[in-house]
Unconditional design. Structure first.
Length: 190
């Protein structure tokens, strides 16, 4: 079984919306506007590229990343990796042609079936709505969180507000940085 890893930039109050400057959110770009950049805090992002064997995205994140990530040196290792986009509306004609193999999955059941295939870890970037659904369905195995010392108030959250049983997490790696950023890696306890 493949490991499904949710990787997120998250504010202290749980917001994950528009960390890189995506339009339409009043606090857009919050990861670089108000927190000093320290390269060592982002080591986990480089490690994710080396260790992952595939990327999983929701449609909105795919449409935000696919025009820019294929040509960015910072994301070169992702270019050749298989990509999976979970969407009920995305069509093959709307997939970019310069970012390697991309498969559209139509349901969380298809994500569960993907986890049953051979291969290494699958990393999820962005994709707030998808993350909430995957978490609620018990499909996420690990969280890689970079927690920013900000309270953003409104915005899309990493976790849903659904009424569900407690899900226990085990802290397997953590570090605090001089700029207030915290790395927190949790395994889901089954």
């Amino acid at each position: 079984m493949r490991t499904l890893i949710s990787s997120a930039f998250v504010s202290l109050d749980g917001v994950v919306e528009a960390p890189g400057g995506e339009p339409g959110y009043r606090n857009s770009g919050w990861t670089f506007k108000d927190v000093e950049f320290l390269p060592e805090a982002f080591e986990i992002k480089e490690r994710e590229q080396r260790e992952a064997s595939a990327i999983l995205l929701g449609r909105t994140s795919y449409e935000a990343f696919s025009p820019v990530w294929p040509d960015m040196a910072d994301f070169a290792d992702y270019k050749l990796m298989p990509k999976y986009v979970v969407s009920t509306t995305l069509t093959e004609e709307r997939l970019v042609t310069n970012w390697g193999e991309t498969t559209i999955l139509r349901s969380l059941d298809e994500v569960a079936a993907l986890k049953e295939t051979e291969g290494g870890p699958i990393i999820i970037h962005g994709s707030a709505t998808l993350n909430r659904g995957l978490s609620d369905a018990g499909l996420i195995d690990r969280y890689h969180l970079l927690v920013f010392p900000l309270l953003l108030g409104a915005g899309k959250r990493l976790f849903s507000g659904s009424d569900r049983d407690t899900q226990k997490l085990k802290l397997v790696e953590h570090e605090a940085y001089a700029n207030g950023l915290q790395k927190q890696v949790f395994d889901v306890v089954r």
